[in-house]
Structure formats: structure tokens, C-alpha cells
Design a protein around this ligand. Structure first.
Ligand code: ADP
Ligand code: MG
Length: 370
């Protein structure tokens, strides 16, 4: 089932939780909505499910306007963060619930419902647990039962709202792999909400990065990580540092020093230079390099992490170096990014009251270099 979200706006009272959101979800795709708390992920999911109505814009299931359909007719399976299993029902009865409450004409026989529950327990790799009660299962097992229950109604679309959010890191990682395998087996169109970037990037075919009720970028893990479309995406995904710079005559200036990075494609004016710790090299002091005072040095897995205070403003920059390199705190070091991106600084665009509008009007110019 393809889902098309067209210019959707959602207000709660006067508060806009989603602004003009458009997104095409392909049939059979596993898509992740990723963003910080409050960015509108759950709202978008609830709109798709039919649990909320749009203030503006439309949602299509295939070619059909979904607003004409009731929740039941949309036939979506929903799993929430907190396992909403019925405490007093056995696992088999929990899984069969959505079938048992159907009107008689479409309700399968009791025997058929039991058979289907057992089949689904096999699918979610919990065979033989039919007679147990939810409290007799671990958190991870309960979430798998919740998923089996969502699948029991043979939904066209599966909507998962932080389904593993309440579980331990290791269990989450296991369930993530398991969900991906299950998805590949069943081929449901699946929308998965998470605020965990590792989960989104590992699990999904495409990731939708959201912030403040807007979609910032849609893409595969490589697009999102290597070509972030906005300063928000750059800083939200992976580790990064940024410095305020000015682009003048195709050159980048940090305070009173010219930085030897190509900036001829960039919008002139105040901008921000974004870099990742492992894309920065230490350099010999000299023309065109950046420099800073070492504020902290710490071991970081196989390498070492140096935290610098750069320039008059003591801007924080983190650099990943080999473990053999260990400059002392307080010493001066020079560095140069190997890869970077420059974004026009929306806050400093004159004559525009609102930063979001400024961002839209000034395309981010970016350079990945060598
Ligand atoms: P997320 O799932 O990304 O954390 P939500 O979609 O839950 O974000 O919320 C987006 C914004 O909408 C938040 O600011 C939240 O407070 C607001 N919001 C969500 N649901 C309601 C509601 N029923 N009434 C009022 N405000 C709401
Ligand atoms: Mg939410």
C-alpha cells in the first residue's frame, strides 16, 4: 500500500504541530520518522492511522483519499512504546483480539483465530506461549506479542511508535534486527517512529528527519549522513562541531584568519562551518589552518578525542586523532577539516524576521572536499 501525505498541516488549538508536510511512502517500504521529542512524529503517525484529522492537506492510501475511510477501513496495525497488552488475557487471546471483535460476517471461527495466533507466535519467534499471561513475559517478548497482535488483522500498513523505546539497549538492538528480517519476510508498508538515530539508520530503507513539525530531509542512511540538507540534520545525525565564519569573495574567514577551504560556491555573508571529529586532521601551524587551545583529551575507543577551544570566542571543536597522539591540555594546535559543509547562517540574514523563512530562502551551499 502506497501512502501519500500531501501538504499536511495539523494544529492543536492554535499550536501547529505539523507545517505543510509532504511525503510519499512506497509500497513495502520500511520508513523511519526520526527527530527529537516534540518534532511531530507521533502526530504524523496518528494522522496516517486515522486517530487524528488533518487541519489542512490530505493523506492518500493508494489513490484513495484516506479521510473518507474510518480507522477500521484503513486497516492499519499499530504498536505503541508501552506494551498495551490486555493484562488478563492470555497471549493467544491478546493476539486474536482484533479478529474476535469483528462483526460476525467477517469474524473468523474460534478455531481459525486460535490457529492464526499460533502461526503469528511462530512468526515472532515465540512458539508455544499461547497460554501465558503478559506478566509472564519479558519486555522484549511483550513487544513481539504486540507486533503479532498488530499483524493479526492482516493490515496493509504497519505503524510503530517507538516500539522498543522502553527496552534495554541490547534487547533493542536484537529486536531491531529481528524486525528488519520480519519486514523482509512479510513485506508490509511500515512506518517506524524513533528518536534514536542508530535505530533509524540501521533499520530503515529511508529515514525522514523531522524538526519542529517539518521534514528536514528524506533519504537513505548515506544521504542523511554524508549530505545533510541543513545545519539541523548535520548536528542531529552523528557527531559534529561548528564554527561561525564569514564567506567573502569566495573565501572562508574565521575571525581574522582565512581558512584554506573552498568557499567559492557559497552564499557570501555570515555562515557556519560544520565538521565531524573524524574528518579533521591536525596540521602544521601556518596560513590557512585553524587553531585552538586544547581543553580536554580523552581516550575514545581505538582513538583519542581532543576538545579544543578555537578563536576569541573559544568555540568548541572536537577532533578524533590516533591514540598515539596526545597533546597536553593548554597547548596550541592547528587543524584543518578534510570534509566539511558550509551553511548560510539563517539567524544573520537581514530583513527576515523568522529563521525558518530565512533558511528556506537561502539554499545551503555545501562542499565536501579533498
Ligand atoms: P513527537 O512524537 O515527535 O515527540 P508529537 O507529535 O507527540 O511529537 O508532538 C508534536 C507537538 O505537538 C508537541 O509540541 C506536542 O506537545 C504537541 N501535541 C501533540 N499532541 C497534542 C495534543 N493532543 N494536544 C496539544 N498538543 C499536542
Ligand atoms: Mg512521539
Amino acid at each position: 500500500m502506497e501512502i501519500r501525505i500531501a501538504n499536511v498541516r495539523k494544529e492543536f488549538g492554535r499550536f501547529p504541530a505539523l507545517h505543510d508536510v509532504s511525503l510519499d511512502i512506497r509500497s513495502g517500504e520500511l520508513i523511519a520518522l526520526l527527530g527529537p521529542s516534540g518534532s511531530g512524529k507521533t502526530t504524523l503517525l496518528r494522522l496516517i492511522a486515522g486517530l487524528e484529522h488533518t487541519t489542512d492537506g490530505r493523506i492518500y492510501f493508494g489513490t484513495e483519499d484516506a479521510s473518507a475511510r474510518t480507522i477500521q477501513e484503513r486497516n492499519v496495525g499499530f504498536v505503541f512504546q508501552h506494551y498495551a497488552l490486555f493484562k488478563h488475557l492470555t497471549i493467544a487471546d491478546n493476539i486474536g483480539f482484533g479478529l474476535r471483535v469483528r462483526p460476525r460476517a467477517t469474524r473468523p471461527s474460534r478455531k481459525e483465530i486460535r490457529r492464526r495466533a499460533s502461526e503469528l507466535l511462530d512468526l515472532v519467534q515465540l512458539p508455544g506461549l499461547e497460554k501465558r499471561l503478559p506478566r509472564q513475559l519479558s519486555g522484549g517478548q511483550r513487544q513481539r506479542v504486540a507486533l503479532a497482535r498488530a499483524l493479526a488483522i492482516e493490515p496493509k500498513v504497519l505503524l510503530l511508535d517507538e516500539p522498543f523505546g522502553a527496552l534495554d539497549a541490547q534487547v533493542r538492538r536484537d529486536l531491531r534486527r529481528w524486525l528488519r528480517e520480519l519486514h523482509d519476510k512479510t513485506g508490509h508498508t511500515t512506518v517506524f517512529v524513533t528518536h534514536d538515530q542508530e535505530e533509524a539508520l540501521e533499520l530503515a530503507d529511508r529515514v525522514v528527519v523531522m524538526s519542529q513539525g517539518r521534514i528536514e530531509q528524506v533519504g537513505g542512511a548515506d544521504d542523511i549522513y554524508d549530505a545533510p540538507a541543513s545545519p539541523f540534520v548535520f548536528s542531529f545525525i552523528g557527531e559534529s562541531s561548528s564554527l561561525p565564519i564569514v564567506v567573502r569573495n569566495g573565501e572562508a574567514w574565521f575571525e581574522d584568519r582565512r581558512v584554506a577551504i573552498a568557499a567559492h560556491d557559497c552564499e557570501p555573508g555570515p555562515s557556519r562551518l560544520f565538521m565531524r571529529p573524524h574528518d579533521i586532521d591536525l596540521a602544521d601551524a601556518g596560513e590557512g589552518t585553524l587553531s585552538g587551545t586544547v581543553a580536554m583529551v580523552r581516550r575514545n575507543g581505538g582513538g583519542r578525542r581532543i576538545e579544543l577551544a578555537a578563536g576569541q570566542g573559544a568555540h568548541r571543536v572536537e577532533i578524533e586523532v590516533p591514540a598515539e597522539i596526545a597533546p597536553s591540555v593548554g597547548s596550541q594546535v592547528s587543524f584543518r577539516p578534510r570534509r566539511w559543509r558550509i551553511y548560510a547562517d539563517p539567524a544573520s540574514v537581514k530583513g527576515t524576521a523568522n529563521a525558518a523563512a530565512a533558511k528556506a530562502s537561502v539554499p545551503a551551499r555545501a562542499i565536501a572536499a579533498e
